[in-house]
Design a protein around this ligand. Sequence first.
Ligand code: SAH
Length: 220
Amino acid sequence: MNSIQHQGIGMTSARTRERLIDRLREEGIASRQVLEAIRNTPRHIFVDEALASRAYENTALPIGHNQTISQPYIVARMTELLLERGPQETVLEIGTGSGYQTAILSRLVKRVYSVERIAPLQQQARRRFQELGLRNIRLRHSDGGMGLPEYAPFDGILVTAAPEGIPRVLVEQLRPGGVMVLPVGSRQEQALVRVTRTEGGYGKEILEPVIFVPLLGGVR
Ligand code: SAH
């Protein structure tokens, strides 16, 4: 891409990004911090060049390997739900995908750990973080169903692919009082759930219907 085209995208994206922020506000995203992180993070870097012109639409888009970059509303909503009870130092994300949600988190917490089972997606995400100068992210190519026991407990866990039930292994990697936000359900029917770890177990809030790719086992 030459510099003129590049500048073109830059200018368009500043304006269209602002429209996206307005739209997210209208849809009920109230956290200033989250809106600011979205304003400061170019989503077009996280999709294929052929889709860059659609990067600021409030929709999920394909990222290859049968996976999608989540809709901005969902990224904003999950981040808001995760951070609502106060600042968090360490967050584990399951399903790096494009890396967009990871990048948003990295602006809001001290350290983000993110796990992805598809190696090429993880490598692409790593290059994007370098390009943006985001240095507080640790990536791991592994099965997120196992969590990341060597770095547990986490203040927060965010899962961006849907398991059929709440994974106990992940709950156990939350510190007491820690929060996990995740989609739960089958391909046909899923809901966004917030789990709060307690001393003896966990509490759960069922929030709103969502559509995510399934959380699969194993690494590729
Ligand atoms: N947050 C991402 C969402 C990507 S879609 C984004 O906005 O781009 C969900 C991702 O979860 C996919 O990349 C998929 O490969 C990954 N995934 C699914 N099951 C997984 C598992 N068991 N372990 C790690 N990653 C998994």
